[in-house]
Design a protein around this ligand. Structure first.
Ligand SMILES: Cc1cc2nc3c(=O)[nH]c(=O)nc-3n(C[C@H](O)[C@H](O)[C@H](O)COP(=O)(O)OP(=O)(O)OC[C@H]3O[C@@H](n4cnc5c(N)ncnc54)[C@H](O)[C@@H]3O)c2cc1C
Length: 429
């Protein structure tokens, strides 16, 4: 079916799609010595890297030369935290910190987490790249786009449960006002030229940046990692299980972790630290016995396939809540409208994402009758609603439950705009 259609539509690329769930949002910085970072978007991650903690906070966190700063997780949040901590430590101590001053514990056998999978890019308003390409944008417009998602509960990506909305505003302000600088930081610190800029779903202007030569996430994480690998102590196959608390001061003083580097003899170890940063990602693939996904799904999101890796089990959220951390927005689980269905394994629970940028570059969605049925750049929730409407309609006409796939079509111009990485997705179709 696919191949026939692509022959018919020369110059078009045809891909099979379905819905998947995205990542959950959670961001909290505690006043004590634990910092919990788990982010929904690259933007926020990079902003955290560039955001300047107050001098008082820095002194507090980095007070000891003997104890390391411990970072749990080696996705972009972990890397961004390590990069910023290294810079701050160098300034505070007036010398390059020893390699063991910052330890990153990662439960997988390599770095990157879900961050390596991100393709569409990082949102930034008023970046140098936008200015150079004469794209007119404004912080107000970006804020409005974010707030529009905020009033649509199925799209919520930032805190809306806060009593007076103050925290929500704070986060949106950081997200939007620092977004251009975050993109510029990638250019100036890591030489990443984010010159492909698309207008993706829910945005009023082209502001999703990626390097033209490859997937945004992989390129960003690899660039940051290659800068840090000799400066920071990355330890793989080290799964953090528990945060250790000082009974008197009630502050976090380290972690207990399982060192799985010797597969035959995993070993439980303790690491004391001056501070612990949780950057252990989301829980969109949490099908464990104490699944956060099951607990917080309001609209059966837990039944949908996901594009997240098996490591996305919300470990940091669980560990932090065990020691009394407040959780916010746990039910704000976003459904991404498009993921690839492998015709050989249609029921597979983990799928490849058909990234937003495919639509952002001009790809259109069509139903089984070859008809377009939605504004592809609308909010993700609205695209999903339209897909469900389509499926309901064809269920009525075929008198059975419909799970019809959709297709995305790109003409030559859109395909060229997406760039060489499209080859990877064509293979998927
Ligand atoms: C397919 C896909 C495409 C995406 N595309 C985009 C995009 O284009 N733009 C965008 O802004 N966002 C995108 N996202 C979302 C974005 O990738 C995530 O929001 C972001 O990567 C989260 O970064 P993180 O560092 O918090 O988590 P991750 O990158 O997932 O890193 C968390 C790390 O912590 C490790 N870990 C977990 N538990 C433990 C533990 N107990 N002990 C030790 N280590 C642990 C994990 O193994 C993992 O390596 C996409 C997500 C997916 C899945």
């Amino acid at each position: 079916m696919q191949r026939q259609a692509s022959n018919l539509l020369k110059n078009f690329v045809l891909l099979r799609l379905n819905k998947t769930i995205g990542n959950e949002v959670l961001l909290r910085i505690f006043k004590g010595k634990i910092i919990l970072m788990s982010f929904v978007s690259f933007l926020l991650l990079c902003i955290m890297a560039t955001a300047q903690a107050s001098e008082e906070q820095k002194q507090d966190v980095f007070c000891s030369e003997e104890l390391p700063l411990i970072i749990v997780g080696s996705g972009l949040a972990g890397h961004a935290a390590a990069a910023d901590a290294y810079r701050a430590l160098s300034q505070l101590r007036n010398k390059a910190p020893a390699r063991g001053s910052i330890v990153v514990l990662e439960k997988e056998d390599s770095f990157g987490g879900n961050s390596m999978k991100a393709t569409s890019g990082i949102n930034g308003a008023l970046s140098e790249f936008q200015t150079e390409q004469k794209i007119e944008d404004s912080l107000e417009d970006f804020k409005e786009c974010v707030f529009e998602t905020k009033i649509n509960p199925k799209d919520v990506m930032y805190s809306y449960t806060d009593k007076h909305g103050e925290k929500a505003n704070e986060l949106v302000t950081v997200l939007t006002e620092s977004s251009g600088d975050a993109v510029n930081w990638l250019r100036h610190e890591f030489g990443l030229e984010m010159t492909s800029i698309s207008q993706c779903g829910g945005h009023s202007h082209p502001r999703t940046h990626r390097p033209p030569s490859g997937p945004a996430g992989t390129m960003i994480v690899k660039a940051v990692h290659s800068r840090l690998q000799d400066l920071v102590d990355f330890r793989y196959k080290c799964e953090v299980k528990e945060l250790l608390i000082d009974d008197e001061t009630k502050t976090v003083i380290g972690v207990k972790y399982l060192d799985k580097s010797n597969a035959d003899k995993p070993e439980t170890k303790i690491l004391r630290g001056g501070a612990v940063i949780l950057a252990s990602g989301g829980y969109a693939n949490d099908h464990t016995s104490d699944s956060l996904l099951n607990r917080y799904s309001l609209m059966h999101e837990n039944e949908l396939p996901t594009t997240n890796g098996p490591f996305a089990t919300g470990d940091g959220v669980k560990m932090a809540s065990k020691i009394g951390a407040n959780l916010i927005d746990m039910s704000a689980i976003q459904i991404h409208p498009t993921g690839f269905i492998d015709p050989k394994k249609p029921n597979e629970r983990t799928k490849f994402l058909a990234p937003e940028a495919l639509r952002g570059c001009g790809g259109i969605l069509i139903n089984n009758n070859g008809l377009r049925f939605v504004d592809e750049l609308d909010l993700r929730s609205k695209v999903v609603d339209k897909e469900r409407e389509q499926q309901k309609k064809s269920a009525i006409s075929s008198n059975e439950r419909s799970n019809e796939p959709f297709r995305i079509l790109l003409n030559e111009e859109a395909a060229n705009k997406f760039g060489p990485n499209l080859g990877f997705y064509i293979k998927m179709g």
